[in-house]
Design a protein around this ligand. Structure first.
Ligand code: GDD
Length: 410
């Protein structure tokens, strides 16, 4: 038996996702028409002998209640939300719920960050881990040397794949091989975290007398019951034949900004071509169906005028109405939006219940092929007729009756 844990964070995280994350937890914001965490959850569902999926976070329970009950019914696997009373760090949160996680005595625990986009080759990681032994195996990928510094950089033995050295977001370059935020562990991970806790307890009780310990607690600068998986567990365990790496051969992106969510929506839509082609829309402008270009997801409840032209990389959520002559390219349209006739939306995210007027244009600044400076409309924004919104972020409940460019509308 195995279980999976997805770390979802809480309201103090995901701030770069504003204004979209004001009313909706970041892990529930749709990519390719499904909540962000739906993608790792579907990947977990494919693991044989998966007993349960736990989401651990410090959001209020009610924020996840609806999603958790509907996804449990849909996948026929128990998905439970476990709420921390406060943030304990990525390893501390796992440890906090160790009894719940180990209830059914699983042989292995998968641990996934909620904000990564990949094909989650979980069975391959588990198979590799069984070959290596040790406490855990992590998914890693090579990125450009410039990009690497935003992630955990690591060195692995080219033959044995053992993790030899690990540094979280280093200031000077260590390696272009990085941590993807997807792991499998045996129950010994809890002993490793326990070890860090007892070290921390010793340090704080000796606090007054030892200048070395004083130095240690000063450099940690985080609460004493806060344990991070990367700095506090992976770094010290590296080079001890406890941790191993499995190199990702498919796509991988981190989802920290709305710009990234457009990119990730595109990656998941193209993955649907292989995994769930029934989710992709089709149409060539005849038989009362609009013209669809490339990979497009359209919720079955959407009302689309047959003269609209949609795609590539468009996902349209429930109850959206799209009028005659509308053109949509590379965008995410959230629930209950209305897009009126001849409006154009390119490289943008349109928040729930927003309305875009006739002959209006909502787009990113600069080249259509670059997603820099995408436009994001928060919840219930009204763009009036014939208004142009370029490269701007518009907070919820605003009405725009004049055109704006490269602006933030508060
Ligand atoms: N429940 C809970 N409680 N979740 C948390 C907490 C906490 O106190 N702190 C972080 N998380 C969750 C976040 O929501 C995210 O899913 C995951 O844990 C990691 O978040 P961070 O610790 O903020 O790290 P990061 O996302 O900047 O970087 C990590 O992931 C990268 C891959 O995306 C690191 O492990 C990097 O090394 C790695 O490259």
């Amino acid at each position: 038996k195995v279980v999976a844990v997805i770390m979802v964070g809480g309201p103090t995280k995901g701030t770069r996702f504003r204004p979209l994350s004001f009313n909706t937890p970041k892990p529930l914001i749709p990519l390719a028409g499904q909540p962000m965490i739906h993608h790792p959850i579907s990947a977990c569902k494919k693991i044989p002998n998966l007993a349960q999926i736990f989401l651990i976070g410090f959001y209020e329970e009610r924020e996840f209640a609806l999603y958790v009950s509907s996804i449990s019914n849909e996948l026929k696997i128990p998905v439970r939300y476990l709420k921390e009373d406060k943030p304990h760090g990525s390893a501390g949160a796992l440890y906090y719920f160790r009894d719940r996680i180990m209830e059914e005595k699983p042989s292995h625990v998968f641990l996934l960050n909620c904000d990564v986009c990949c094909s989650f080759p979980l069975q391959d990681i588990l198979d590799a881990h069984r070959g290596y032994g040790g406490v855990g195996t992590m998914l890693v990928i090579k990125v450009s040397a410039e990009a690497a510094s935003q992630f955990g950089e690591l060195i692995a033995d080219p033959d044995t794949k053992e993790l030899l050295h690990y540094t979280e977001k280093p200031e000077t370059f260590v390696s272009d091989l990085i941590n993807c935020g997807v792991y499998v562990f045996t129950s010994d991970i809890f002993k490793a975290i326990e070890g860090v806790y007892s070290q921390m307890r010793d340090t704080s009780s000796n606090y007054q007398i030892s200048s070395f310990d004083h130095f240690r607690s000063a450099t940690r600068s985080v609460p004493a019951d806060f344990v991070r998986l990367d700095q506090d567990i992976l770094s010290p365990l590296a080079g001890k034949k406890q941790l191993y790496t499995y190199e990702n051969k498919d796509f991988w992106e981190q989802i920290k900004t709305p710009e990234k969510s457009l990119k990730c929506s595109e990656l998941y839509l193209s993955q649907f071509r292989e995994t769930s082609p029934h989710l992709l829309a089709s149409g060539d402008g005849t038989n009362k169906k609009p013209m669809i270009v490339g990979d497009v997801y359209i919720h079955p409840s959407v009302k689309l005028h047959p003269t609209a032209k949609i795609g590539p990389n468009v996902s349209i959520s429930a109850n959206v109405r799209v009028g005659p002559g509308v053109r949509l390219i590379s965008c995410i349209i959230l629930d209950d939006v209305e897009i009126k006739e001849n409006a154009v939306v390119i490289n943008s995210i349109i928040g729930w219940k927003s309305s875009i007027g006739r002959w209006s244009r909502v787009q990113a600044s600069g080249d259509d092929n670059e997603r820099l400076g995408i436009t994001i409309l928060g919840e219930a924004v009204t763009v009036e007729d014939e208004v142009t919104v370029i490269g701007s972020i518009v907070l919820q409940n605003k009405t725009l009756n004049v055109s704006v460019q490269d602006d933030i509308i508060l």
